[in-house]
Design a protein around this ligand. Structure first.
Ligand code: NAP
Length: 488
């Protein structure tokens, strides 16, 4: 009989979300010998972001061997920058290997959680209720599609959809297609549609800096070598992690040669736009890297094609036949695509939480989402999340960040399992200290240099990590008991 059985405290864990981090949480629980858990996902299959986003051109601009679980290298990646479908296939294979489907209930959305001082009482949208000792929200970051607040959005007569809800029933070839938005998603869609037999109209409100990150297909020999020598595949993971953390990730958090170099490359890249008028329209008036940098070698060639028309006039309204700009011009379209991003500050909401004292998450977060060390919320015991407020995002591999967070959460769960604590929630003081340190480092970052971006929260502070990856791993190395309110 193990210690958990002796103390009778084998915790029942509920994981919300069967995407990359929910799967990871399940794998870590299984590794620790904890099988008393379930994963609930509101969708009908696993994969999260990579199941939901299927727009043409979808790819990840983080190196494939780094966008991988560190313990599950994938020698078979077909190229340096993985395609969305390939990432989804990788996740499905990992789920198969660890037999995760046994633990997942699909089409189940957890909408309410109440803590009674001992455990969580959860409710699903369909009315089902269940109890849990520990809840881990692995809901991803960019999963609430954001539609622009443009008059007449519902008046459009043709098909219209958000990039994250691509309608594959609609054949766009031969049509006049309007795309609103030119962030990382919009740029990939534009580059991909531009080479098809259709007329493309791109509505661009703010130009983006574009970094020409080259892709490359891996040869059969390269893939075979990595299959024969799995340690080499692991080494490749750490090579890309180090390279990424020392360049892109460093450039955004502090001035230095990395920032200067990346900025120079972006400015040089803009010269690939030959027409001076078009180049002027595509020239941002803020510093490179302030918004999440778009990585693309195809965007500028695409926007210069004869079947592509760039519109930089402000949009006034949408009508049945198309988009009307402020100058009164109607831009007729047969299909309208919103590449207008996500609500990055919703986190695991609309899930409502209430603690034993009657405090709701809405009141705890009334001045914006805050978390202790990015994973837990004061006042809400035994509740954890991945990719929470101030997590390193945008400039790191989300998988690698989730691994660090989940290792930390597992250490908390181990304390509960061994019986040394029953519940734990971070103190207000520790949370305040952590967030004060984070805020104090923001002025050095590029995110506050004068642009709007999805990083910036309701309180005007970027919800991002202003330090290095090494510092993040150090800060989350192990929970410090003095930072928690503990019930034994
Ligand atoms: P985004 O970066 O938030 O871009 C949204 C776009 O929509 C912007 O161009 C924005 O213009 C435009 N927009 C919003 N409201 C508008 C309005 N009312 N009128 C006109 N334009 C409007 O969203 P995203 O492109 O989906 O990317 C989000 C994040 O997802 C990325 O930053 C990245 O971290 C991640 N992502 C990653 C990859 C990858 O390869 N790893 C690929 C896709 C996405 P303004 O700039 O003027 O607001």
């Amino acid at each position: 009989m193990n210690h958990a059985q002796k103390t009778g405290r084998a915790p029942r864990v509920v994981i919300i979300g069967a995407g990359m981090s929910g799967m990871l949480m399940a794998i870590k629980l299984l590794e620790a010998g904890i099988e008393n858990f379930r994963i609930f996902d509101k969708a009908s299959d696993l994969g999260g972001t990579w199941r939901e986003n299927t727009y043409p051109g979808i790819a990840c601009d983080i190196a494939s061997h780094y966008y991988t679980y560190s313990f599950e290298p994938n020698p078979g990646w077909s190229s340096r920058l993985p395609q969305g479908q390939e990432i989804q296939q990788y996740l499905l294979r990992v789920a198969e290997k660890y037999r995760l489907r046994r633990y997942i209930s699909f089409n189940k959305e957890v909408v309410d959680g109440r803590h009674d001082g001992q455990r969580w009482h959860l409710k699903m949208r369909d009315g089902e209720a269940l109890e849990a000792d520990v809840v881990v929200a692995c809901c991803g970051l960019l999963h609430h599609p954001r539609f622009p607040n443009i008059k007449g959005r519902d008046d459009f007569a043709g098909p219209s959809f958000h990039s994250a809800r691509w309608n594959h029933q609609v054949d766009l070839d031969g049509k006049r297609v309007a795309v609103i938005g030119n962030g990382s998603t919009g740029a990939q869609i534009i580059a991909s549609l531009a080479v098809r037999p259709l007329q493309l109209k791109v509505f661009l409100r703010t130009p983006q800096w574009i970094f020409p990150l080259p892709n490359r297909t891996y040869s059969a020999v390269e893939r075979r070598v990595l299959t024969w020598f799995p340690s080499l595949a692991k080494l490749t993971y750490y090579f890309y992690r180090t390279a990424f953390e020392r360049t892109f990730a460093r450039a955004v958090i502090q001035p230095g040669w990395q920032r200067r170099l990346l900025s120079r490359v972006c400015r040089w890249n803009l010269n690939r736009v030959k027409d001076p008028d078009l180049r002027r329209k595509l020239t941002p008036d803020y510093a490179p890297l302030c918004k999440r940098m778009v990585m693309s070698v195809d965007f500028y060639p695409a926007i210069q094609r004869s079947n592509v028309d760039l519109v930089t006039d402000d949009i006034d309204r949408i009508e049945a036949r198309g988009v009307v700009t402020r100058d009164g011009r109607l831009h007729e379209a047969d299909a309208l695509i919103f590449a207008t991003g996500f609500d990055a500050h919703a986190y695991f909401r609309p899930l409502q939480l209430t603690n034993a004292g009657g405090q709701t998450l809405a009141s705890a977060w009334s001045e914006g989402p805050v978390a202790h060390r990015t994973v837990s919320v004061p006042g809400f015991p035994n509740f954890f999340m991945t990719l929470g407020p101030q997590s390193p995002i945008g400039n790191f591999s989300a998988i690698s960040i989730a691994e660090t967070q989940i290792d930390y959460i597992m250490k908390c769960i181990r304390m509960i399992r061994t019986g040394s604590v029953r519940t734990l929630a971070p103190t207000q003081a520790a949370t305040h200290t952590f967030n004060s340190r984070v805020r104090a480092a923001m002025p050095d970052t590029i995110w506050v240099s004068g642009c709007t971006s999805w990083y910036i929260g309701e309180n005007g502070v970027p919800s991002a990590w202003p330090f290095s990856g090494a510092r993040f791993r150090e800060e989350l190395r192990a929970p410090r008991l003095e930072e928690f309110e503990v019930v034994a």
